[in-house]
Design a protein. Structure first.
Lengths: 201, 178
């Protein structure tokens, strides 16, 4: 008597059985050896599901969090780059078409936002060149850096929310947030530079 | 591993979408253990499993806006984790010994008398077979889903599972006597 192969036994278990599994089922009804084999298969699967839960050996959240912060900073910086270019283009268009007219408040605020974005991007580039993630930092500096990065992440979050506001309110909010970001980025660059100077790097 | 508790999941996801780091941390804390277990069972080393855990939650942070909420949050996170773990297997393929295992293991004489526990036997399977066993038998993915994730056919997934069970049966000393 030919018994069912492992493949056939597994097919029998599948909810959507293949055409061949009909004859396999008929064989199974009559064969105690294959019934026992199928039972062992069920047991093995149940034992696999019941294997002990493995504990994560260490807390990985701080590393993931800082990677998320770096990713978001880069995205915002890229957004600043694109937004800055768009603003520069609109300012150029304004100068060509309407140099005789007095600038409207919206245009003034757009320019100011563009300036803040450009400053933020410049600091971001400077920090990117320094590659702080590859340098050894003492505990005190790391704490200050973590604090500043958390505040920058919060400003970035608010920038995303502000992007969805009505224009007038949005411009005011964006200007304020981009200026805050420049201040924080400036502080972050300074912390790294001070550390590098003290460490003789 | 069907589901994991995350109080006010909808509210947490909404906050995570707006970039709230605390909400992301809540998602991480809720799912880190099942993700790590999936990764550890599929990958060969603790280091690889830790990397998969990190890559999974970085991807969650990047893509949370794309999560539509039509399936459970765990199902979404688990698919990301499975893909990351399989990607790592492919990346490590150059040092993978699946081919060697496939040829050598069934003919090794001492295996006939070797009994081991299920955990050790699972660990001993070639990486691809182990991944298929875990994804199918424990996580509940279908052969069609596994095939798609691995970039292989349904029959590839089915034959890997069958070969893995034949080996497990032998190593566990469960071979039929009739």
């Amino acid at each position: 008597m030919t018994h069912l192969t492992m493949q056939q036994l597994l097919d029998v278990r599948e909810p959507a059985s293949s055409p061949g599994s009909q004859s396999a089922r008929r064989h199974l009804e009559a064969c105690q050896t294959c019934q026992a084999e199928l039972e062992r298969l069920h047991q093995r699967t149940a034992q696999l599901k019941a294997l002990p839960t493995l504990r994560v050996p260490r807390d990985l959240w701080p590393e993931i969090r800082s990677e998320v912060v770096v990713y978001r900073r880069r995205r915002i910086a890229a957004w600043g780059g694109v937004g800055g270019l768009a603003l520069a283009a609109s300012v150029a268009l304004f100068l060509v078409l309407g140099a005789r007219t007095v600038a409207a408040p919206e245009e003034e605020s757009s320019r100011a936002i563009g300036t803040a974005m450009a400053q933020s991007q410049m600091l971001e580039t400077a920090l990117g060149r320094y590659r702080p993630e590859r340098r050894v930092t003492d505990g005190r500096t790391a704490t200050v850096v973590a604090g500043l990065e958390t505040r920058i992440a919060e400003v970035d979050r608010q920038l995303q929310v502000a992007g969805m506001m009505r224009q007038r309110v949005r411009d005011e909010a964006l200007l304020s947030l981009w200026r805050q970001r420049v201040g924080l980025m400036d502080a972050l660059v300074n912390v790294h530079l001070t550390h590098a100077t003290n460490a003789g790097l | 591993m069907e589901s994991f508790p995350l109080a006010n999941a909808d509210a947490v996801v909404a906050r995570a979408r707006s970039g709230d780091p605390e909400a992301l941390e809540q998602i991480f804390r809720a799912f880190q253990t099942p993700v790590y277990n999936l990764a550890r069972r599929i990958c060969r080393t603790v280091e690889d499993a830790e990397d998969v855990l990190q890559e999974t939650f970085l991807e969650v942070a990047k893509s949370i806006r794309r999560y539509r909420g039509d399936g459970s949050l765990w199902a979404w996170v688990r698919t990301i984790a499975s893909n990351k773990a399989l990607m790592r297997l492919r990346r490590n393929k150059y040092r993978d010994t699946d081919e060697l295992h496939d040829e050598v293991m069934p003919t090794r004489r001492e295996d006939r008398h070797l009994r081991m526990d299920l955990e050790a036997a699972l660990e001993r399977l070639p990486e691809t077979s182990r991944a298929v066993v875990w994804l199918h038998d424990v996580e509940g993915y279908t052969h069609s889903e596994i095939g798609a994730m691995m970039g292989k056919s349904v029959s590839f997934s089915k034959s890997q599972l069958a070969r893995a069970h034949v080996r497990l049966r032998g190593w566990l000393g469960e071979e039929a006597t009739a």
